[in-house]
Design a binder for this molecule. Sequence first.
Ligand code: ZN
Ligand code: MN
Length: 476
Amino acid sequence: MNFETIIGLEVHVQLNTKTKIFCSCPTSFGEHPNKNVCPTCLGLPGALPVLNKEALKKAISFATAIKAEINQNSIFARKNYFYPDLPKAYQISQFDIPIVGKGSLDIEVNNIQKRIGITRAHLEEDAGKNIHDGAFSKIDLNRACTPLLEIVSEPDMRNSDEAIAYLKKLHSIVRFLGISDANMQEGSFRCDANVSIRPVGDYALYTRVEIKNLNSFRFIQKAIEYEVQRQIQAWEYGNYAEEVYQETRLFDTAKGITKSMRGKEESADYRYFPDPDLLPVFIPDSLLQEASNIPEMPDEKQIRYIKEYGLKEYDAHVLTSNLEMVHYFEEMLTENITPQGAVRWLTSELLGKFKGEVNIENSPVKAKTLARLVQYVENGTITGKSGKELLDIIFNNPQNTDIDAIIQQYGLKQVNDDSAILEIIANVLAHNEDKVQEYRNGKEKLFGFFVGQVMKMAKGVNPTKVNELLKQKLTM
Ligand code: ZN
Ligand code: MN
């Protein structure tokens, strides 16, 4: 039997506001435990939450980027559950009316475009952190009450490649918007995956299993693939009903398997109700307008690069794949070089040298330096071949950024100027008078010898020019 996979994703994005969502404690990461806390985020009786306007604006920017409906009137709700890192015993979240309604996001897998629906995105507060330390469990509430945007997709993805494409697109959108650093290691971009299977041709939705707190693209892919196989096997062995039930599972990164964590709660279990401490949120038109003024998103950028710079679709795609690449490319273009030159030297030459941990973010060759190199190739100061040699040198000696000195030191300068070449030719001919005589008497194969001598004295000299001028001089 052939099966189809159904995947829906919930992503928690930590918004990069300076202060928490309902109090004015700082959101800085890596502080001493329980330093960034106050009566509100500690959940002390009588302390009142106040919504952070910046968090609201960032949610509106996100809605604009995915062309989603925005609810100008929305409300916050209490999601009740008891857990040690949640001092109030409820999380302030949104339920009935989230700020961001239906939207969508386009992905591409194997050259096939697909639109993935986004059901909603709502603002909520994060919980603190439990730290299990031997016989003790400790609680750090620095993270409690930091702003999250939870983005919920439709169950529109059919395999792990589509899930990863969706997540990478979402990751790049929040980074292009500048609303989150989306650092996956620090947990500012984490994903829960809802996975189910069904026989191909069947349109019912079967039991879904939620895999929680995945924080790397590689683990997400592995977790989904493992879970799909587990469910297919259960179906094929006839124990699907016993093995696959609505639950939350965790991915064991060391063993590469998903493990049962707890039964999945339904929304009724949370006893949601409107938070009486927070006023309903109303977004005036002026704020809507201000916050929906967003920077250029990756898709638009790609289209503009193709139209404005005449780039190939593939190159435009590579260049807009992440924010660092865009910054690098656009910084190169501030120098006086052609976009084609910039693309070629960036994508075919520089990216080809990246290995292991080296990437565009920590590239040993900075954008301005590479742009200078391209400029020198384009204006004929050095040949393309010398350009590659130069790139090799600066890539391996990142502390030496004085490319003019390197060009001098390695004799990479292309000699185009006739008088300089003529001077070298005169010099060579003067030192080889006997051979000049032989050549003039008919020993034409000596020509190659003269070319070799001239080229040796002037590395980077333009060979066509040498041939031409040498012919002239020898036949005089
Ligand atoms: Zn606080
Ligand atoms: Mn949530």
